[in-house]
Design a protein around this ligand. Structure first.
Ligand code: AMP
Length: 549
């Protein structure tokens, strides 16, 4: 074969975020993107605003590779940054605004953000860490309800809307290498400082195509299609709201951005804007169901991907009772995030509610382009079966190449050439991955390993239980025993006692649903369960609170 047999006359099209937009702007120029009930822009305006934002940032001296941080509520502006910042070759740092002030400071300094876009709600944070932001040179202020102060401890470049309005000429985004880094954000682990994960244009485009195709191709029990109305309920700072805003924009569908999460407003937006597709952690679903206004809203058209934590069957049942269609999705910050979805396979039951619930409670089936393995402590592949629990390891085109400026932690993440999730799992007979626990959350009772998730799942099905969190706590005899923090349902006639809950556990143990040693569970009836910055059960804090008495 000679090179002339296959002439390279065409220029390969790089997989860059801008390439998701061309069709959309032509297909749906009048379709709308809403911010709460307050503002609506058409896709053609959106396209124009991207150019304006690109021009503003370049005008401020933002160069390819520079990090640009954003601190905003979920908004059309945030979506604009999702595209325009990477499209000028800069890296969008989606700052987790629910971390502590010190952790936020750490992330912005570690990322080396030069420019920050900051909603006035977060300006007090800037003042609280004044003088300690070591890299930020300029702030673009986002004004919504309150005007920005005239003076800040950092130079203000201007107000977002006024800066955009000053750009009146077209702006051409530069050509980019598809392997240039587009986004960066931080994930908090059990120990040490937050870690920065990052993704390239190519990875984000492939994730959009991979996850989008999986969600669009299947309809059971949930699908995401061109006639859906989308609203995120995973914060945009957390793994790009699971990447779904990129999908929704590629589809050119109506999108609703809810701003700061206010439960009644979220429910109103679902009802008034006809939202049909969303996603979030179980806590958010819990909140939608429990809020007093909820009963006035018809949720029967809503589809929701639940991820970030296991979906307890009790909660899945409560959602099913309201007609919400749920599907479980699995992923993590390091995985962009979607790698598995619990769609039903052909032939699986759709009419038997219990069987359907069972499939949904599986963590998920790997989506296209994802290779998942379960390995033992020596890295050896384990065969399917619940007796073969090991660590879930992954390969796919959209996994973070490492942790930003952390070569050692990166090598640890990617040891042996696979991405190590830190999750314990097995593959079931149908090929679904079933997460049994996080490696660090599994409870070791006298040499037996008990899954905290499994215990949470069975306890969640007790009629008096609203929410439950299980952690392992030190035990002089057994090494560890489970501690279950239980929130009871509102309005139950007879609050259950620990003794009754133990009795309930005995009955599920008799049915073989959970390990015998679950009987050692100690119960605490509590009013709330501590949550992390992204709404997951904060097991680290429960353990720490227990330790400090
Ligand atoms: P994060 O990086 O904060 O998004 O957390 C990722 C972790 O959430 C994973 O490593 C899992 O432990 C957990 N997780 C995500 N999705 C699921 C799921 N569907 N079922 C159980 N655990 C999940």
């Amino acid at each position: 074969m000679s090179p002339s047999d296959y002439p390279q006359a065409g220029r390969p099209q790089p997989l860059v975020l801008g390439s998701l937009l061309g069709r959309t702007l032509a297909w749906a120029p009048t379709q709308e993107i809403l911010y709460r009930n307050e503002r609506r822009i058409s896709y053609s305006t959106f396209g124009r605003r991207l150019e304006q934002l690109g021009a503003v940032l370049q005008g401020l001296g933002v160069k390819p590779g520079d990090r640009v941080g954003i601190l905003d509520h979920d908004s059309h502006r945030y979506l604009e940054c999702f595209f325009a910042v990477p499209m000028i070759g800069a890296v969008l740092h989606t700052v987790n605004v629910r971390l502590t002030a010190e952790q936020m400071l750490y992330t912005v300094n570690h990322a080396g953000d030069k420019t920050l876009l900051v909603h006035t709600d977060f300006l007090p944070w800037i003042e609280s860490v004044a003088g300690r932001l070591t890299t930020v040179e300029t702030v673009i202020v986002i004004e919504e309800n309150a005007p920005a102060p005239a003076v800040l401890s950092l130079p203000i470049a201007g107000e977002y809307e006024s800066l955009l309005a000053q750009v009146t000429t077209p702006f051409d985004f530069p050509d980019l290498d598809e392997n240039s880094v587009a986004t960066l954000f931080y994930t908090t682990g059990t120990t040490g400082n937050p870690k920065g994960v990052f993704f390239t244009h190519r990875q984000l485009v492939l994730h959009t195509l991979g996850a989008g195709l999986s969600l669009a191709a299947h309809s059971n029990p949930v699908s995401f299609r061109a006639d859906d109305v989308y609203m995120p309920l995973t914060p945009m700072f957390h793994v790009h709201a699971w990447g779904v805003p990129y999908l929704a924009t590629m589809f050119g569908i109506k999108q609703v951005y809810p701003g700061r999460y206010e439960p009644e407003l979220l429910l109103r937006l679902i009802a008034e804007q006809g939202v049909t597709f969303t996603h979030g952690v179980p806590t958010i679903l819990q909140m939608l169901l429990k809020h007093p206004y909820s009963s006035q809203v018809d949720l029967s058209r809503l589809q929701m991907v639940i991820g970030g934590a296991a979906l307890p069957q009790g909660l899945a049942q409560q959602a099913a009772d309201r007609g919400i269609r749920l599907v479980a999705g699995y992923g993590m910050s390091e995985t962009c995030p979607i790698v598995a979805i619990s769609h039903l396979k052909p032939g699986m039951p759709t009419d038997n509610p219990a069987a359907r619930l069972d499939v949904l409670s599986r963590t998920g089936f790997p989506i296209a382009l994802v290779r998942a393995g379960i390995v033992d402590a020596d890295g050896k592949n384990l065969p399917p079966g619940p007796e073969n629990v090991g660590e879930l390891v992954l390969q796919c085109p959209w996994l973070t190449p490492g942790y930003y400026r952390e070569p050692e932690r990166s090598a640890e993440l990617w040891r042996g050439g696979n991405l190590h999730t830190g999750d314990l799992a097995y593959r079931d007979a149908d090929g679904y991955i079933r997460i049994t626990d996080r490696l660090k959350d599994v409870i070791k009772i006298g040499g037996e390993w008990i899954s905290s998730l499994e215990l949470e799942n069975v306890l969640s099905q007790h009629p008096s239980v609203q929410e439950v969190a299980v952690v392992g706590v030190p035990d002089s005899k057994w090494g560890e025993h489970p501690l279950a923090s239980v929130v009871l349902r509102d309005g139950i006639a007879h609050p259950v006692s620990s003794k009754e809950l133990t009795g309930y556990l005995r009955s599920v143990i008799d049915q073989g649903l959970v390990h015998q040693r679950a009987l050692l569970t100690e119960f605490h009836i509590v009013t709330t369960i501590p949550r992390t910055s992204v709404g997951k059960i904060d097991k680290k804090r429960i353990r720490a609170e227990r330790k400090s008495g």
